[in-house]
Design a protein around this ligand. Structure first.
Ligand SMILES: Nc1ncnc2c1ncn2[C@@H]1O[C@H](COP(=O)(O)OP(=O)(O)OP(=O)(O)O)[C@@H](O)[C@H]1O
Length: 585
């Protein structure tokens, strides 16, 4: 973070702490303590809802677990300082158990499932009366002092709330600026591309939800002490969950400081309108609050952080996108010799319902070779790729890959294939749209480097090689189709794969870009990478490939050198039909 931004942030945070202390009014203290609490909760939510893109409406569960753990243990004479860690541990357990099945659900279905779990916890809290006090709720035993987290004055409560908010902000900042954060955003943007880059998408989401749940539970413990009373209807409530999420949505979802800005903006409006209008006109405060929310959503779709960035001129995703063409990296002087088998596909069979998509497909790729996989539309080429990269399991048959030590392995998942050195692109480009070109490539580079600095360095090198250097800071969504195709290859190349699977990287790009892509592939091959390319652009197939395999209706119908294959009558017939072949016979 630039020094100026850091200073501004420090002043902003200091103001949150100092303002109530200087004013000294009890109500102002309450408003600022509430700001800190909700900023902390919402920042924790944002790790899952924003970074990972899983719109949870069940976060009140974790908050509630923390609140109940704190009071129940306090009733047994255990300090809430210990209770908050017990609550955090229980919340992490609940988060993992709930999230594992829920992560399979997308968008509104995930949100609905989390609401259902929230309802389960509310009912459980009502049912286990001996433990939770049931509908009557639980009061804290009045023991004052730091040990019990309960105070007569407001200042110590502000110190704790402020401290917890800082912890949540630090956790969110750390995650977003390290490998985990990149992986989370990549998983949110394109799950399969993230998997192809070796990201264990389930694991990173589980880590995110665990951190998020633990933070919410700890803040929940403190909030229970601050309120001195909790009940299931208030703690495990959808309103609470929505509030937690809303500060992030209004402030700027997916940004580190958006939830803080959202809380600073909304909590005073909520509390002041409740304080001033609540007494005179019942319900009017809700109306005022609602109008403010509608206005923000209408006029600031990217939240307050988005508006702030626009004001400071930092939200131009098109920056540099229109820069002129760049030459691909120069070729190496000599090509390494073609070696032995590095990938062997044996008798691959795949059905989709009644459709026999691949039938007894066997072939091998040699080290340092470029193998073209061609065939008419619907021949089964992409299906073969999916089986060669762990995205589809064959009904029968196997894929064996030689590892760096020379022994053959049978990888299963996309992660296994990435780990053994198989990188793939997708026919329909899968950029991480909200990330910059540099960040997109870094996701690939993280496969080799844990450290952000090393990954950035490697990404820059790769971008330079791929002719993407002028666009490093541009958001991927601003690239042309040619740029996106190159980015797709760059992300994979940053993984330094030993085997590269390229799925129609030349489709839809102009003639200049095709020539550049051919050069690029030859230069990649010259570094010793073995390539299988699905390609329809015959100019590329002819000038690139050492060997061609033709697939038709799921079966290999020809294999050989490019010049021989294109003259093969069976191949001509597969592409152009029997009538054409007979007419020219
Ligand atoms: N998930 C799926 N479920 C059902 N059918 C599928 C699925 N994926 C592919 N198919 C079908 O399998 C056949 C082969 O598809 P595939 O995408 O592998 O062909 P392709 O050779 O890559 O074609 P193209 O050149 O058009 O991309 C097609 O008929 C396609 O409709």
């Amino acid at each position: 973070m630039p020094r100026l931004h850091l200073a501004a942030l420090a002043v902003f945070l200091a103001a949150i702490f100092i303002t109530p202390v200087v004013i000294g009014d009890q109500f102002i203290y309450h408003v600022f303590i509430t700001i800190c609490l909700f900023a902390g909760l919402s920042t924790a939510w944002n790790i899952v809802g924003g970074f990972a893109g899983q719109l949870s409406l069940g976060h009140a569960i974790f908050y509630g677990i923390g609140a109940y753990a704190g009071i129940i243990l306090m009733n047994h004479g255990i300090s809430p300082w210990i209770g908050m860690f017990v609550g955090a541990a229980v919340a992490v357990l609940a988060a993992v158990v709930i999230s594992y099945p829920c992560f399979r659900l997308k968008g509104p279905f995930f949100a609905l499932a989390t609401i259902a779990f929230l309802e389960v916890f509310r009912v459980l809290a009502l049912h286990f009366r001996d433990f939770t006090g049931g509908a009557t709720g639980l009061m804290i035993p009045l023991r004052f002092g730091w040990e019990w987290m309960v105070f007569r004055e407001r200042l110590p409560a502000l110190i704790i709330a402020f401290g917890m908010m800082l912890v949540a902000l630090a956790a969110a900042w750390w995650i977003r600026s390290h490998r985990l954060g990149f992986y989370l955003v990549a998983t949110r943007e394109r799950e399969s591309a993230a998997q192809a880059a070796g990201v264990s998408t389930v694991r990173v989401r589980l880590v995110a939800v665990s951190v998020s749940a633990a933070l919410c539970a700890m803040i929940g413990t403190f909030h229970a002490m601050y309120l001195t009373f909790i009940e299931p209807a208030a703690v495990f409530s959808l309103t609470m969950s929505i509030q937690i999420a809303m500060f992030a949505l209004i402030g700027g979802i997916g940004t580190v400081f958006g939830p803080l800005i959202g809380a600073v903006f909304l909590v005073p409006i909520s509390e002041l309108s409740r304080g001033w209008l609540g007494a005179h006109a019942l319900g009017l405060h809700g109306f005022v609050y609602g109008v403010v929310l509608v206005l923000v959503v209408l006029f600031m779709p990217n939240g307050l952080m988005g508006a702030l960035k626009r004001l400071t001129g930092k939200a131009d995703p098109q920056r540099g996108v229109q820069a002129g063409a760049v030459a691909a990296a120069p070729r190496a002087a000599e090509r390494p010799p073609i070696g032995g088998d590095i990938l062997v596909a044996e008798r691959l069979d795949k059905h989709f319902g009644g459709l026999h998509v691949t039938n007894d497909v066997s072939f091998s790729l040699k080290e340092g070779e470029i193998l073209a996989l061609i065939g008419p539309n619907g021949a089964g080429k992409t299906t073969v790729f999916n089986m060669l990269s762990g995205f589809l399991a064959a009904d029968s048959g196997s894929v064996r890959v030689r590892d760096a030590d020379g022994s053959f392995q049978t990888p299963v998942t996309p992660g296994d294939f990435a780990a053994i050195g198989v990188g793939r692109t997708f026919q329909i480009v899968q950029p991480f749209a909200a990330m910059t070109v540099e960040e997109n490539i870094m996701v690939g580079a993280f496969h080799r480097f844990r450290d952000v600095g090393d990954a950035r360095e490697a990404a820059r090198e790769t971008a330079h090689r791929m002719g993407l250097a002028p666009w490093l800071d541009a958001e991927a969504r601003g690239l042309t189709i040619g740029g996106l195709k190159r980015l797709e290859v760059a992300r994979v190349m940053a993984m330094q794969p030993r085997i590269l699977l390229l799925d129609e990287v030349m489709a839809g790009i102009n003639q200049t870009d095709v020539r550049r892509a051919i050069d690029l592939m030859l230069s990649i091959r010259d570094t010793g990478v073995s390539i299988i390319a699905i390609e329809h652009v015959m100019q590329a197939v002819m000038s690139l490939s050492d060997r061609v395999i033709v697939l038709n209706s799921g079966q290999i119908i020809a294999e050989g050198r490019p010049n021989d294959v294109v003259r093969d009558p069976t191949v001509i017939e597969a592409y152009l039909g029997k009538e054409f072949t007979h007419a020219h016979a």
